[in-house]
Write a protein that binds this ligand. Structure first.
Ligand SMILES: [Zn+2]
Length: 219
Protein backbone atom coordinates (compact mmCIF):
# COMPACT_ATOMS: atom_id res chain seq x y z
CA UNK A 1 0.00 0.00 0.00
CA UNK A 2 1.52 3.25 -1.11
CA UNK A 3 -0.49 5.33 1.35
CA UNK A 4 0.84 3.50 4.37
CA UNK A 5 4.33 3.74 3.10
CA UNK A 6 4.03 7.48 2.87
CA UNK A 7 2.74 7.75 6.39
CA UNK A 8 5.56 5.66 7.70
CA UNK A 9 8.02 7.94 6.08
CA UNK A 10 6.52 11.11 7.47
CA UNK A 11 6.11 9.63 10.94
CA UNK A 12 9.57 8.32 11.12
CA UNK A 13 11.40 11.60 11.46
CA UNK A 14 9.47 13.16 14.35
CA UNK A 15 8.92 9.79 16.02
CA UNK A 16 12.63 9.29 16.47
CA UNK A 17 12.96 11.99 19.12
CA UNK A 18 9.76 12.39 21.17
CA UNK A 19 10.10 8.98 22.82
CA UNK A 20 13.20 9.71 24.95
CA UNK A 21 12.08 13.30 25.58
CA UNK A 22 8.77 12.09 26.94
CA UNK A 23 10.40 9.83 29.49
CA UNK A 24 12.70 12.61 30.61
CA UNK A 25 9.78 14.95 30.87
CA UNK A 26 8.16 12.79 33.49
CA UNK A 27 10.96 13.27 35.99
CA UNK A 28 13.09 16.17 34.85
CA UNK A 29 12.20 19.81 34.39
CA UNK A 30 9.49 20.60 31.85
CA UNK A 31 10.67 21.43 28.35
CA UNK A 32 10.90 25.14 27.66
CA UNK A 33 8.09 25.20 25.09
CA UNK A 34 4.99 25.01 27.31
CA UNK A 35 6.24 27.75 29.65
CA UNK A 36 4.25 30.96 29.49
CA UNK A 37 6.29 33.84 28.08
CA UNK A 38 8.21 35.54 30.84
CA UNK A 39 7.70 39.25 31.14
CA UNK A 40 11.08 40.73 31.85
CA UNK A 41 11.15 44.18 33.37
CA UNK A 42 14.40 45.85 32.48
CA UNK A 43 15.82 48.45 34.79
CA UNK A 44 15.72 52.00 33.49
CA UNK A 45 18.94 52.79 35.31
CA UNK A 46 21.36 49.89 34.82
CA UNK A 47 19.41 48.18 31.98
CA UNK A 48 19.65 44.76 33.64
CA UNK A 49 16.48 42.80 34.30
CA UNK A 50 15.35 44.25 37.63
CA UNK A 51 16.18 41.12 39.62
CA UNK A 52 19.84 41.61 38.68
CA UNK A 53 20.12 45.26 39.70
CA UNK A 54 22.03 44.23 42.80
CA UNK A 55 24.90 43.09 40.56
CA UNK A 56 25.17 46.49 38.96
CA UNK A 57 26.74 49.59 40.37
CA UNK A 58 23.66 51.72 40.65
CA UNK A 59 21.63 49.79 43.16
CA UNK A 60 20.58 52.90 45.05
CA UNK A 61 19.32 54.63 41.93
CA UNK A 62 17.90 51.35 40.58
CA UNK A 63 15.81 50.98 43.71
CA UNK A 64 14.51 54.53 43.44
CA UNK A 65 13.63 53.94 39.81
CA UNK A 66 11.84 50.67 40.48
CA UNK A 67 9.96 52.09 43.43
CA UNK A 68 8.44 54.68 41.12
CA UNK A 69 8.03 52.33 38.18
CA UNK A 70 6.31 49.41 39.85
CA UNK A 71 5.81 49.35 43.59
CA UNK A 72 4.70 45.70 43.57
CA UNK A 73 7.87 44.49 41.90
CA UNK A 74 9.85 46.78 44.16
CA UNK A 75 8.28 45.22 47.23
CA UNK A 76 8.93 41.76 45.85
CA UNK A 77 12.67 42.40 45.90
CA UNK A 78 13.31 45.17 48.39
CA UNK A 79 10.57 45.29 51.00
CA UNK A 80 11.61 44.59 54.57
CA UNK A 81 9.97 41.16 54.39
CA UNK A 82 11.65 40.29 51.10
CA UNK A 83 15.06 41.19 52.49
CA UNK A 84 14.38 39.30 55.71
CA UNK A 85 13.26 36.25 53.72
CA UNK A 86 16.39 36.42 51.60
CA UNK A 87 18.72 36.76 54.56
CA UNK A 88 16.86 34.13 56.56
CA UNK A 89 17.68 31.40 54.06
CA UNK A 90 21.42 32.02 54.23
CA UNK A 91 24.02 30.72 56.63
CA UNK A 92 25.41 33.18 59.12
CA UNK A 93 28.64 33.36 57.15
CA UNK A 94 26.77 34.05 53.94
CA UNK A 95 24.65 36.65 55.71
CA UNK A 96 27.74 38.51 56.85
CA UNK A 97 29.21 38.34 53.36
CA UNK A 98 25.97 39.54 51.81
CA UNK A 99 25.79 42.44 54.20
CA UNK A 100 29.40 43.35 53.48
CA UNK A 101 28.89 43.11 49.72
CA UNK A 102 25.75 45.15 49.93
CA UNK A 103 27.50 47.76 52.03
CA UNK A 104 30.33 47.90 49.49
CA UNK A 105 27.94 48.35 46.60
CA UNK A 106 25.97 50.96 48.47
CA UNK A 107 29.19 52.83 49.24
CA UNK A 108 30.17 52.74 45.59
CA UNK A 109 26.75 53.96 44.51
CA UNK A 110 26.87 56.67 47.13
CA UNK A 111 30.27 57.81 45.90
CA UNK A 112 28.82 58.17 42.44
CA UNK A 113 25.79 60.01 43.74
CA UNK A 114 28.17 62.26 45.66
CA UNK A 115 30.06 63.07 42.50
CA UNK A 116 26.80 63.95 40.77
CA UNK A 117 25.85 66.08 43.74
CA UNK A 118 29.18 67.90 43.67
CA UNK A 119 28.54 68.76 40.07
CA UNK A 120 25.16 70.10 41.04
CA UNK A 121 26.65 72.01 43.93
CA UNK A 122 28.89 73.78 41.49
CA UNK A 123 25.87 74.93 39.51
CA UNK A 124 24.50 78.24 40.58
CA UNK A 125 20.94 79.36 40.25
CA UNK A 126 20.28 83.03 39.94
CA UNK A 127 16.98 84.67 40.64
CA UNK A 128 17.24 88.10 39.18
CA UNK A 129 14.87 90.87 40.08
CA UNK A 130 14.84 93.12 37.09
CA UNK A 131 13.36 96.58 37.22
CA UNK A 132 11.69 97.40 33.93
CA UNK A 133 10.44 100.78 35.12
CA UNK A 134 9.40 102.39 38.40
CA UNK A 135 6.48 100.06 39.00
CA UNK A 136 7.16 97.09 36.82
CA UNK A 137 9.50 94.24 37.54
CA UNK A 138 10.19 90.87 36.04
CA UNK A 139 11.95 87.97 37.68
CA UNK A 140 14.46 85.96 35.68
CA UNK A 141 15.41 82.54 37.00
CA UNK A 142 18.56 81.04 35.59
CA UNK A 143 20.28 77.69 36.04
CA UNK A 144 17.41 75.33 36.90
CA UNK A 145 18.24 73.04 33.98
CA UNK A 146 21.44 71.94 35.74
CA UNK A 147 19.19 70.18 38.22
CA UNK A 148 17.30 68.28 35.58
CA UNK A 149 14.32 70.59 35.69
CA UNK A 150 12.28 71.08 32.55
CA UNK A 151 12.25 74.85 32.09
CA UNK A 152 8.98 74.97 30.18
CA UNK A 153 7.19 72.94 32.79
CA UNK A 154 8.73 75.00 35.57
CA UNK A 155 7.61 78.21 33.80
CA UNK A 156 4.07 76.81 33.73
CA UNK A 157 4.30 76.05 37.41
CA UNK A 158 5.36 79.63 38.17
CA UNK A 159 2.66 81.04 35.91
CA UNK A 160 -0.10 79.17 37.68
CA UNK A 161 1.37 79.71 41.14
CA UNK A 162 1.59 83.48 40.70
CA UNK A 163 -1.30 83.83 38.25
CA UNK A 164 0.97 85.74 35.92
CA UNK A 165 2.88 85.35 32.70
CA UNK A 166 5.99 83.18 32.63
CA UNK A 167 8.04 81.99 29.71
CA UNK A 168 11.34 80.47 28.75
CA UNK A 169 13.51 82.99 26.94
CA UNK A 170 17.13 83.42 26.00
CA UNK A 171 19.06 85.95 28.01
CA UNK A 172 21.58 88.30 26.36
CA UNK A 173 24.27 85.66 26.94
CA UNK A 174 22.27 83.20 24.84
CA UNK A 175 21.34 80.99 27.80
CA UNK A 176 17.80 79.89 28.45
CA UNK A 177 16.09 81.17 31.54
CA UNK A 178 12.61 81.55 32.91
CA UNK A 179 11.16 85.02 32.99
CA UNK A 180 8.19 85.59 35.27
CA UNK A 181 6.19 88.82 35.19
CA UNK A 182 6.32 90.76 38.44
CA UNK A 183 8.68 90.69 41.39
CA UNK A 184 8.33 87.19 42.75
CA UNK A 185 11.99 86.56 43.58
CA UNK A 186 11.48 85.97 47.31
CA UNK A 187 8.55 83.67 46.58
CA UNK A 188 10.57 81.72 44.02
CA UNK A 189 13.33 81.27 46.57
CA UNK A 190 10.77 80.02 49.08
CA UNK A 191 9.42 77.57 46.53
CA UNK A 192 12.91 76.23 45.85
CA UNK A 193 13.57 75.89 49.58
CA UNK A 194 10.23 74.14 50.00
CA UNK A 195 10.88 71.89 46.99
CA UNK A 196 7.48 72.81 45.62
CA UNK A 197 6.29 70.80 42.62
CA UNK A 198 9.07 70.41 40.08
CA UNK A 199 11.57 72.32 42.17
CA UNK A 200 13.17 69.37 43.86
CA UNK A 201 16.75 68.59 44.78
CA UNK A 202 18.13 72.09 44.53
CA UNK A 203 20.40 73.04 47.42
CA UNK A 204 19.12 76.41 48.60
CA UNK A 205 22.72 77.51 49.17
CA UNK A 206 23.17 77.57 45.41
CA UNK A 207 20.40 80.06 44.93
CA UNK A 208 21.20 83.71 44.84
CA UNK A 209 18.88 86.66 44.43
CA UNK A 210 20.35 89.57 42.55
CA UNK A 211 18.95 92.95 41.65
CA UNK A 212 19.13 94.60 38.30
CA UNK A 213 18.13 98.21 38.63
CA UNK A 214 17.14 100.22 35.66
CA UNK A 215 20.13 102.24 34.63
CA UNK A 216 19.91 105.91 35.53
CA UNK A 217 19.47 108.20 32.62
CA UNK A 218 17.78 105.49 30.63
CA UNK A 219 14.49 107.30 30.44
ZN1 LIG B 1 19.00 48.47 37.83
Amino acid sequence: MPAKKNRDKSDKVPAAEPAPVASEEAEGPPPPEPKPPVQVLYCGVCTFPVEYCEFGEHITRCKEWLQEKDIDVYNKYYSEEALQAKIGTLSLEAQTKLEKDTAKKEAKAEAKADAALKKKLASQITIKRIERNKRKHVTAIHGLEAFGIDLKKAAKQFASKFATGASVTKNPQGQEEIVVQGDVSDEVLEMIEGEVGLLKGIPADNVEIVEEKKKKGGD
